[in-house]
Write a protein that binds this ligand. Structure first.
Ligand SMILES: [Ca+2]
Ligand SMILES: [Ca+2]
Length: 385
C-alpha cells in the first residue's frame, strides 16, 4: 500500500513537470490578462480576460489577440446596439502590449450614431493597431494609428478576436516576447484616443501598464518541433557538514537537423551552501534525449537542525530559427537539515567496520574453518616429525 502511494506521488510529481512551461502562450482557460467581473452596470463593458493565441492563432506572419467581455450578444450588430442603447456614441475596446521597447495597442472602435430620421441609424466600427505614449504612472498621453487591422466578434466566446500582421509590430520572431500586457475599455466620446487617458477614467481595466498581465512568447509558424522538461526527486534530507545528491532528468527533443542548444544552470540562494551540477549544456539535433543530471548539494557544518533550503535547476532551449530562448523549465529542490554536525573519527569507524565484517556468520565460519585446517595441519606436521 505504502509502495503504491509512493509510486502515485512520484507519478504526480513527474506529471507536474511534464505540464507546459510558464513560457507557453495563453489560452481561453489560462489567459495572460485575467480580470474577471467587476460588477459593472453593463456586462459588455466589463473585461473578463484577454489572451494572445499560441500556435493555433499564430502564423509565421500574423498573431490573433482575443478580448473577452463578461457578457455580450451573439451577433456583432446586437453588440453595436448595446453601445447605442447606452447613450454613448463611441467606445474603444483595447489590448495593450510592448515589443522591443515600442508601445502598441489593438483597438476596436464601436460607434453608433443617429444621422437623421430619414436615413435611420448608422452603426459601424473600425479596428486599428496603434502606437501608444505613456506617462510614468502608466496613464496614456496619446494613441496614434499605425494601420487598420481585422477583428471578428465571436458570439460564442463573447470576445473580439483581432488579427495583427507581425510586420506592423516590429516583426517579432519565434522566441521573442511581448511584455506589459493589459486591456482597457474607454468611453471615446469623452476620452478620444488623441487625448490624455487617465486609468481612473477607463470603463474597466484588466491589469495596467505598471501592473501587467503575463508576458507572451511567440511560438507559432515553426517548421520543426521542440520539447523540454525537467523531472525527478525534488526533496531530500541532509546532515550538517554532509552532502546529498539529486537524480534529476532532463527530457529534450527536436525534429530540427541543425544543432539546438540546451543550457542548464544550478543555483542555491543560501549562504555557505554549495551546489554542483553537471552537465551545463549540450547540443541536440533531430533526436529525443534523456539527460541525467548529477547534482550535489553540500550543507555547511554550522547549519541548524530543521532548516529548509531551496535550490533550483533551470534549463533552456535555444533554437536556430530564432537564436533566442524558445523553451525553458525550472525545478525547485528542497533540502531539509536534520541532526547536528558530528566530528568523524576515522580510526574508530574503520575498527568498527572490521569487527562488524568478521562477525558476519559466513565470514566467521570461514575463519573458524581455516583455523581448524591450520590446527589439524600443525598436528599432522608434528606427527610426521
Ligand atoms: Ca472586469
Ligand atoms: Ca477590472
Amino acid at each position: 500500500m505504502q509502495r503504491v502511494l509512493r509510486l502515485a506521488i512520484a507519478f504526480s510529481i513527474i506529471a507536474l513537470f511534464i505540464l507546459p512551461t510558464p513560457a507557453n502562450a495563453g489560452t481561453e482557460l489560462d489567459p495572460e490578462i485575467d480580470d474577471g467581473p467587476d460588477a459593472l452596470s453593463y456586462d459588455f463593458l466589463d473585461i473578463e480576460s484577454a489572451w494572445f493565441d499560441g500556435p493555433e492563432g499564430e502564423s509565421n506572419t500574423s498573431l490573433d489577440i482575443t478580448l473577452r467581455m463578461v457578457d455580450g450578444p451573439k451577433h456583432i450588430s446586437d453588440f453595436f446596439q448595446d453601445v447605442q442603447n447606452n447613450n454613448v456614441t463611441t467606445y474603444d475596446f483595447q489590448i495593450y502590449f510592448d515589443f522591443n521597447e515600442a508601445h502598441y495597442a489593438v483597438a476596436a472602435t464601436v460607434q453608433a450614431a443617429f444621422v437623421s430620421n430619414f436615413l435611420g441609424e448608422v452603426i459601424y466600427g473600425s479596428q486599428e493597431l496603434r502606437e501608444v505614449d505613456y506617462d510614468s504612472y502608466g496613464n496614456i498621453l496619446n494613441e496614434s494609428t499605425i494601420t487598420q487591422i481585422q477583428m471578428e466578434w465571436d458570439g460564442d466566446l463573447k470576445a473580439m478576436v483581432f488579427t495583427v500582421e507581425k510586420s506592423y509590430m516590429g516583426d517579432p520572431k519565434v522566441g521573442d516576447v511581448l511584455t506589459h500586457t493589459w486591456a482597457a475599455i474607454w468611453n471615446a466620446d469623452t476620452y478620444p484616443n488623441e487625448s490624455n487617458r487617465s486609468l481612473v477614467n477607463a470603463e474597466d481595466t484588466g491589469n495596467t501598464y505598471n501592473n501587467p498581465g503575463r508576458d507572451f512568447r511567440f511560438k507559432g509558424g515553426l517548421e520543426f518541433e521542440y520539447d523540454l522538461a525537467l523531472y525527478g526527486e525534488t526533496a531530500k534530507k541532509v546532515k550538517p557538514g554532509q552532502s546529498v545528491t539529486f537524480s534529476i532528468t532532463l527530457n529534450a527533443s527536436t525534429t530540427n537537423m541543425d544543432p539546438v542548444s540546451i543550457t542548464i544552470r544550478y543555483g542555491i540562494a543560501k549562504q555557505n551552501w554549495t551546489i554542483e551540477g553537471s552537465p551545463e549544456g549540450r547540443n541536440i539535433s533531430n533526436q529525443a534525449v534523456q539527460i541525467p543530471l548529477n547534482i550535489t548539494v553540500t550543507c555547511p557544518k554550522s547549519e541548524q537542525n530543521g532548516t529548509t533550503v531551496r535550490a533550483t535547476v533551470y534549463a533552456k532551449l535555444t533554437i536556430p530559427e530564432a537564436n533566442n530562448t524558445y523553451l525553458e523549465d525550472e525545478l525547485e529542490l528542497t533540502i531539509q537539515v536534520y541532526g547536528e554536525y558530528e566530528e568523524e573519527d576515522k580510526d574508530k569507524s574503520s575498527l568498527d567496520e572490521f569487527l562488524e565484517f568478521i562477525m558476519e556468520p559466513m565470514i566467521l565460519s570461514i575463519i573458524v574453518g581455516i583455523m581448524i585446517v591450520v590446527f589439524l595441519a600443525a598436528i599432522l606436521v608434528k606427527r610426521i616429525q
